[in-house]
Design a binder for this molecule. Structure first.
Ligand code: CP
Length: 328
């Protein structure tokens, strides 16, 4: 078991070996059991994690805040609009200063073609681990929780048929970071992955090439379809979720002609009937109910969205526990 990654940044799981990810999962299960039994886990006593948010959050903020409290430490919630970042302070200066005060810097910055670069700049200058709480490209904390949920529900990941399916939504122009993270991660665990979307909602070419390589190297498969029925047919796991057309159109406008032309890409009870007998419905949340998914599906027998959201707590704790604590 690979355990020595104290101080390691988590920007993307692609930069973590499978052995390291396995350790994260193992520790997540341990922390989940201990939390259920009411056992105290004060492993990070007196440690501070800074949580920098350029955008809104429910699950990520609260799983990190509750998580560090349960580990005996403390979180500073930082709305970046109230930091000197709003007056132009650089990522370099922010990283050097915050890392001299505490034990980890976590950041969410989803601005297209800026977020990941910002995280990388923080990581370059920080003396403590930088944890990606979602950027324009990756959402590793979500990917880990999703992987744990699939493992829990099926008792394995090998040959599990997973479909990551684009859906219509109008709430906001969502990042591509969730489907991109899942496309890279799941083939590494030998899942049979289908990515389905209407033309115009492509993920970057480099990500698709990497997903196929991950599949080849780890016994998984990865394919793309533009037929949503094909994606639902015989799937064990469906993850129907909206993402924006960032790769083909960088405008921040939410509703446009391409989106409206694809209103029928919605997870319905009829489509769920095509899935395998014990299939599960997953969503990172928040869901755009009745646009992305019918209430009868997200509230129905296939849905595991609340278990998936709960696993955000246990996996976030594992990431903090294994990366924090050391200072270079
Ligand atoms: N899934 C997820 O990251 O949720 P939040 O945006 O609420 O953090």
């Amino acid at each position: 078991m690979q355990t020595s990654f104290r101080g390691k940044h988590l920007i993307t799981l692609q930069e973590w070996t499978k052995e390291e990810i396995d350790t994260l999962l193992d520790v997540s299960y341990d922390l989940k059991r201990k939390f259920a039994m009411g056992q105290r886990t004060p492993y990070l006593q007196d440690q501070t994690v800074f949580l920098m948010f350029f955008e809104q959050s429910t699950r990520t903020r609260n799983s990190m805040e509750a998580g560090i409290t349960q580990l005996g430490g403390h979180a500073h919630f930082l709305d970046t609009s109230n930091m000197q970042i709003a007056h132009g302070e650089s990522a370099k200066d922010t990283a050097i200063i915050l890392s001299s005060y505490g034990h980890a810097i976590a950041c969410r910055n989803c601005f297209w073609e800026q977020g990941n670069k910002y995280l990388r700049e923080l990581a370059k200058w920080s003396r403590v681990p930088v944890i990606n709480m979602q950027c324009d490209l990756y959402h590793p904390l979500q990917g880990l929780a999703d992987l744990m949920t699939i493992q829990e529900k099926f008792g394995r990941t090998e040959r599990v048929k997973v479909s990551i399916i684009w859906t219509y939504a109008t709430s906001h122009k969502k990042p591509i970071s969730v489907p991109l993270t899942q496309s890279l991660l799941f083939p590494r665990y030998a899942m049979d992955v289908t990515l389905a979307y209407p033309k115009g909602y492509e993920l970057p070419d480099w990500a698709i090439e990497q997903a196929k390589k991950n599949a080849e190297e780890n016994g998984g498969t990865f394919r793309i379809t533009h037929d949503q029925e094909e994606a639902y047919r015989d799937a064990d796991v469906v993850i129907p979720k909206n993402w924006g057309s960032w790769v083909t159109n960088q405008s921040t406008q939410v509703v446009d002609d391409l989106l409206e032309a694809n209103k029928h890409w919605k997870c319905t009870e009829e489509l769920m009937k095509l899935t395998s007998k014990n299939s599960i419905y997953m969503h990172a949340l928040p869901a755009d109910r009745n646009n992305e998914v019918e209430d009868s599906v997200i509230d129905g027998p296939h849905s595991v969205v609340y278990d998936e959201a709960e696993n955000r707590l246990h996996t976030a704790k594992a990431v903090m526990l294994l990366t924090m604590g050391g200072r270079s």
